[in-house]
Ligand binder design. Structure first.
Ligand SMILES: [Zn+2]
Length: 276
């Protein structure tokens, strides 16, 4: 049973709104690097991806991390995955399961800090991430140094139901966590549906959409989401699947890792707690 779930952040990047949302204007907004920590009654703390370690975006290489820092990225070691785990009363050694959505560099920096973790992900994502295109590797989109040596910790699956199938793979066999395949943003992007004790259902869609406005169809993605999307037609199909699913499940809480409004809430008001 998933007893609790916290949504927190590992830093943010100030960007013009129109970089995230087409026609969004020149107001500066904070694009967060959100991630989640769940507490399972049998499996202990469960991480949703593992954004940054104490060195922040340095995992993305000199070029990308210097560029990001010079153009508005905010990071503090207290926002790293190890520090966040401590904040909620856990240690990196306690983490036995990480639910990986995809392996972009802003989701993988702390993977090496988790020696006891099994990383759940799709085979398609693992294959692509270990042979990323040159440009993606150079600019920190994929950072194989974060995970290439962790092969034995990977639980790669090629049998995940697509979101259109309606029912995901029951990861722990207790109905607490469903996994779906939803490729587009990356070739093996996964989304998770988390059933938290007390009734909250979290739909953790990560980067399947970059903003809640994009997810609801009220806005088109700006330059950055397009730049970091592997297959735009497929990503649009994924978005259509996401909208259909959410129409059928209107009470699900949608989590997108880079949405500025969710970011504002988490950065200004602190972690959001689901469950008792
Ligand atoms: Zn991504």
């Amino acid at each position: 049973m998933l007893e609790k779930f916290w949504l927190t952040h590992s830093g943010y990047y100030r960007v013009f709104r129109n970089i995230l949302i087409a026609g969004g204007g020149f107001e500066r907004v904070r694009m967060p690097f959100l991630f989640g920590i769940g507490l399972h009654s049998e499996h202990g703390p469960i991480l949703m991806d593992a954004p940054f370690d104490e060195d922040g975006p340095a995992n993305m290489g000199v070029l990308a991390s210097n560029f990001l820092s010079a153009t508005g990225l905010s990071f503090a070691p207290k926002w790293s995955v190890p520090a966040r785990l401590e904040e909620f009363g856990f240690h990196t050694d306690d983490v036995e399961h990480v639910l990986v959505t995809h392996l972009h560099g802003d989701h993988t920096g702390a993977m090496k800090c988790l020696p006891n973790a099994t990383f759940h992900l799709s085979q398609a994502e693992w294959d692509h991430a270990n042979d990323p295109p040159f440009v993606g590797r150079t600019f920190g989109e994929y950072c194989p140094d974060d995970y290439a040596s962790l092969g034995e910790q990977m639980q790669c699956r090629d049998d995940l139901p697509h979101l259109d199938d309606g029912e995901g793979l029951d990861l722990f066999g207790d109905g607490s966590i469903e996994v779906f395949s939803l490729p587009g943003h990356t070739p093996g992007h996964c989304v998770y549906r988390l059933h938290v004790q007390g009734g909250d259902t979290i739909f953790y869609a990560a980067d399947a959409a970059h903003t809640l406005l994009q997810a609801s169809g009220e806005a088109e993605p700006g330059l950055m989401p397009r730049q970091f999307t592997h297959d735009m037609p497929k990503a649009n199909e994924a978005l259509a699947s996401l909208r259909r699913f959410l129409e059928d499940h209107p009470d699900d809480e949608l989590i997108l890792c880079h949405d500025p409004e969710l970011g504002r809430q988490v950065i200004d008001e602190g972690p959001v707690l689901f469950g008792e």
